[in-house]
Design a protein around this ligand. Structure first.
Ligand code: THG
Length: 292
């Protein structure tokens, strides 16, 4: 699975400050650290930064490109900032993201075409976040049709089911999983991605890793092409690159409804089994799910 590093993010205190002050040091440091961790792309997330105009985006793209040749994913709500970033990207860029809202598609799809960029197709429409896998499928189909109108190839579309937090949206997590399961059949030529850490948003900090990692194994099984992840979770990276087949086998067993000998499993394996059950909706989420 390809990894998109999430850490160059305006929400991270150091990065937010560096972006506001246009201080290149912390930006370079983070880009180097993510590249050394081995991510395949770096996401630059300016989010709702108030003064994140075109200058800031162009500056941060150039600053990152001073220290790494990795391709970049650009996340900003400003169309002008997006174009300014695309203009200076050396490699094929990834626009993060275009939703199925007509005004977003009309503004950003021409830019994807003009700069030969890929884009993340966020399965969210005018009515907000979809309720299930089928609604996600309909929104994806709308986006594909619109993109075809601009001459954008399906292989340049990375569909994103919108991953929701397990602690408040447990049922929604299954809608997201099911959509990923349907993708190879519905949209063979598209790629896929998701904001993996969303699944553990708001859960106790020391428990976020196990949720993210278990969910990665589940999505990987269904052929997820990439994920936006914490670049500094070493174990997660091992899983993504297929170096933990033992954990994958265990999680697959639970997904297939096979019985596993929980009391005799080592602690690590037991945690993955319990977490799979929570992510599948078989056990109700609570912050103490690992102790039950
Ligand atoms: N889809 C797409 N893009 C996305 C998301 C998505 N971009 C944003 C987000 N979701 C994925 N990126 C993050 C980045 C950080 C965190 C979660 C998801 C995160 N950060 C910690 C926190 O807020 O507690 C720590 C921040 C810090 O470093 O201080 O959880 O779904 N296309």
């Amino acid at each position: 699975m390809k990894l998109i590093g999430e850490n160059l993010n305006v929400m991270a205190v150091k990065i937010g400050k560096a972006l506001k002050e246009m201080d290149p040091g912390p930006i370079r440091e983070m880009a180097v650290a993510e590249a050394e961790a081995g991510v395949d792309l770096i996401d630059i997330n300016l989010g709702p930064l108030r003064k994140a105009g075109p200058e800031v985006m162009a500056w941060v793209v150039k600053t990152v490109q001073e220290v790494t040749d990795l391709p970049l994913s650009l996340d900003t709500t400003s169309i002008e900032a997006m174009e300014a970033g695309l203009q200076v990207c050396k490699n094929k860029a990834l626009i993060n993201s275009i939703s199925a809202r007509p005004e977003r598609m009309e503004a950003l799809m021409p830019l994807a075409k003009k700069y030969n960029a890929s884009f993340i197709g966020l399965t969210m429409g005018v009515e907000g976040i979809p309720r299930d896998a089928n609604e996600r499928g309909l929104l994806a189909a709308e986006m594909l049709a619109a993109a075809a109108g601009y001459g954008i190839l399906e292989e340049d579309i990375w569909l994103d089911p919108i991953t929701l937090p397990i602690n408040s949206q447990q049922i929604q997590v299954q809608g997201c999983t099911e959509f990923v399961m349907m993708l190879p059949e519905l949209f063979q030529n598209c790629k896929s991605t998701c904001g993996l850490s969303n699944v553990s948003n708001g859960t106790p900090t020391h428990l976020r890793g196990i949720l993210n990692r278990t969910y990665m194994i589940m999505l990987k099984r269904y052929g997820m092409y990439s994920a936006i992840v914490d670049a500094f979770d070493r174990e997660l990276r091992e899983i993504a690159k297929g170096r933990r087949p033992d954990l994958e086998t265990l999680v697959h067993k639970v997904m297939d409804g096979e019985t596993v000998d929980l009391p005799n499993l080592p602690e690590e394996g037991a945690a993955y089994v319990k977490t799979t059950k929570v992510l599948m909706g078989q056990k109700l989420y609570s912050d103490s799910w690992l102790e039950l």
